[in-house]
Design a binder for this molecule. Structure first.
Ligand SMILES: [Zn+2]
Ligand SMILES: [Zn+2]
Length: 263
């Protein structure tokens, strides 16, 4: 079983939420998650990004600012981009998991969204420029009044199929990674929690000297003996917390160090 190293300090016992998303990405069934990841990154930082059919022969005239032939899917947020792609008929999306850090050992909240790419697509970035005359109109009406534009970047084709998009953050969401999966199912949520290193709900503690072991569940700091006759203890009461090594003084033998791992 893959365990993630815990971040230990006097007032926290957590696992990096981004590491749990990386565990999800590592369990991918196919490698195209990288393509969707790159496409989403592109569409969240560029100003105007159009979704096109793969291998479409696009020309500059297709991106006339007043009448672009293709849907502009750029947005500040991943959910915004997915909404635009959905409106354009390229994807279907479904919320799978929306979890805050409470009741878990997560360092911050995380979300997982299932994305069904119904039609493959590629993205084309267009940079609009303005002559001085157009500029005054642009200030009032946006890029529709640009009079010069160029194609600046293209993203590789995102193949049709199923994906899980993972983001972290409590108030704003940051894209961490995308896993390619073989298909949708009703128990997508269950299978998420079967991925090694994704759970963030169990914390194991063990002493290297006396060999005593404990475990705690659901974000709790109360450690119960794990198949041994040690006493239970609380992380709040731990002595000599060392955030460098991520260990505390062993409450059983007092000479050894207790380390933590989270899954
Ligand atoms: Zn669908
Ligand atoms: Zn010990």
């Amino acid at each position: 079983m893959t365990m993630l190293e815990a971040c230990v300090s006097q007032f926290s016992l957590t696992v990096d939420a981004a590491d749990t998303i990386q565990a999800l990405v590592g369990s991918s069934d196919h490698p195209w998650g990288r393509r969707l990841h790159d496409a989403l990154k592109f569409a969240t930082y560029a100003e105007c990004v159009y979704a096109v059919e793969p291998y479409a022969r696009v020309e500059l005239a297709d991106f006339r600012p007043d009448a672009p032939k293709y849907p502009d899917v750029a947005d500040r947020s991943v959910s915004g981009v997915l909404g635009e792609l959905q409106a354009a008929g390229y994807v279907d999306t479904r919320d799978v998991l929306q979890e805050d850090a409470g009741q878990t050992y997560l360092s911050e909240g995380r979300t997982v969204t299932a994305v069904h790419v119904v039609r493959p697509f590629a993205l084309v970035g267009v940079d609009y420029r303005f002559s001085r005359e157009a500029n005054s109109r642009a200030i009032r009406y946006g890029h529709a009044y640009a009079d010069r534009w160029e194609i600046t970047e293209r993203a590789y084709t995102v193949p049709a199929g199923w994906y899980l998009v993972g983001e972290t953050g409590d108030f704003t969401a940051a894209l961490v990674g995308v896993a390619g999966i073989s298909g949708d199912s009703d128990d997508l949520l269950c299978s998420l929690f079967e991925i090694e290193g994704f759970g963030a709900s169990t914390c194991l503690a063990g002493c290297g000297s006396c060999g005593m072991r404990w475990s705690a569940e659901s974000g709790s700091w109360h450690f119960r003996p794990d198949d041994c006759d040690a006493d239970a203890w609380d992380f709040d009461d731990a002595a000599d917390v060392d955030d460098e090594s991520g260990t505390v003084e062993c409450p059983a033998c007092a000479t050894g160090r207790v380390g933590f791992s989270i899954s």
